[in-house]
Design a protein around this ligand. Structure first.
Ligand code: ATP
Ligand code: MG
Length: 232
C-alpha cells in the first residue's frame, strides 16, 4: 500500500540515503529502526518530497506519490515530522480543525473525534498549543495527522522527549487506529520497547541504507541487535 523504491537522496550534493527500498502493506505497523544519524528522518523527508529525490520512487496505494504535501494528503498520506508540528499560537481545537479542513473534512466532526480519541487533550481544548507540554504537543501533532483521515501514517520519533505515561497512551492509540480504521503506519524510532509493543515488522537502517528487515519475534529474540540499536 505504501512503497519506497531505490530511494537515493540527501541535502545539496551530499547523498545521505542510498538505494533504500521499503514497503508497508495494508494493515501493517512497520518500524524504521536505527541509531542517531543513520538517515531515518531523511528517508521520511524523501518520502514526503521535502528533499528533492536524486533517484527512486514513492507509491501510495499503487499510484505514484504526487510531489506536493497537499496532494499527498488527498491521497491519504499523513506525516508527523520529528520534533512534532503544531501551530503554537492556535488553540488545540483550531489546530485540529485547520488540519481537517485543509483536506476537505468537516472540522467540527474532526475535533469531536480527536477529543474522543485523545482524552488527554479534552481539558486543553481551548488552550494555545504552544503552552502544552512536549508530550501533549506530540499527541496533538498525531491528532492533526489523523484529522486528514490518512490511509498511511508516517511518524518520525513520536516518543522523543515524551513522558512514559503518554508513550503508553500513544502506543494504545496507534494499535487502535491501525486495527479499527485500517490505517497503515511507518514509525521511525529509537525507543525499542515502544516499537516492539506496536509493530509487527521492522527495517533496520545503517549509514543511509537498509541493513536488514526483521519481524517482531526475531527482534525480541536478538539481544545483540537490541543492544546495538540502543547503543549500549
Ligand atoms: P535521529 O535518530 O537523530 O533523528 P536520523 O536517523 O533521523 O537520526 P537524519 O536526521 O536523517 O538521521 O540524518 C542523517 C544524516 O543527514 C546526518 O549525518 C545528518 O547530519 C544529515 N542531515 C540531516 N538533516 C540535514 C540537513 N538539513 N542538511 C544537511 N545534512 C543533514
Ligand atoms: Mg531523525
Amino acid at each position: 500500500m505504501f512503497k519506497i523504491e531505490n530511494a537515493t537522496g540527501g541535502y545539496g550534493k551530499t547523498t545521505i540515503i542510498r538505494n533504500v527500498s521499503i514497503e508497508v502493506k495494508e494493515g501493517e505497523i512497520v518500524a524504521l529502526l536505527g541509531r542517531n544519524g543513520v538517515g531515518k528522518s531523511t528517508l521520511m523527508r524523501y518520502a514526503t518530497n521535502l528533499i528533492p529525490p536524486m533517484s527512486g520512487s514513492v507509491e501510495i496505494d499503487g499510484k505514484a506519490a504526487p510531489n506536493s504535501p497537499a496532494k499527498q494528503a488527498r491521497m491519504g498520506l499523513g506525516y508527523v515530522p520529528q520534533g512534532r508540528f503544531v501551530f503554537p499560537r492556535m488553540t488545540v481545537t483550531e489546530n485540529i480543525a485547520v488540519a481537517a479542513a485543509s483536506n476537505g473534512h468537516d472540522p467540527k466532526k474532526a475535533v469531536a473525534e480527536a477529543l474522543e480519541d485523545f482524552p488527554l487533550l479534552q481539558p486543553k481544548a481551548g488552550d494555545l498549543a504552544g503552552g502544552l507540554s512536549g508530550g501533549q504537543q506530540q499527541v496533538l501533532a498525531l491528532a492533526r495527522a489523523l484529522a486528514i483521515v490518512p490511509k498511511i501514517l508516517l511518524l518520525d520519533e513520536p516518543t522523543e522527549g515524551v513522558q512514559p505515561s503518554i508513550i503508553d497512551e500513544m502506543a494504545g492509540i496507534l494499535k487502535r487506529i491501525n486495527k479499527d480504521r485500517g490505517i497503515a503506519i511507518l514509525v521511525a524510532e529509537q525507543n525499542l520497547d515502544f516499537c516492539l509493543s506496536v509493530s509487527q515488522r521492522a527495517y533496520v537502517m545503517e549509514k543511509g541504507a537498509i541493513r536488514m528487515e526483521t519481524d517482531r519475534d526475531s527482534l525480541l529474540a536478538d539481544k545483540a541487535l537490541q543492544q546495538e540499536l540502543l547503543g549500549v
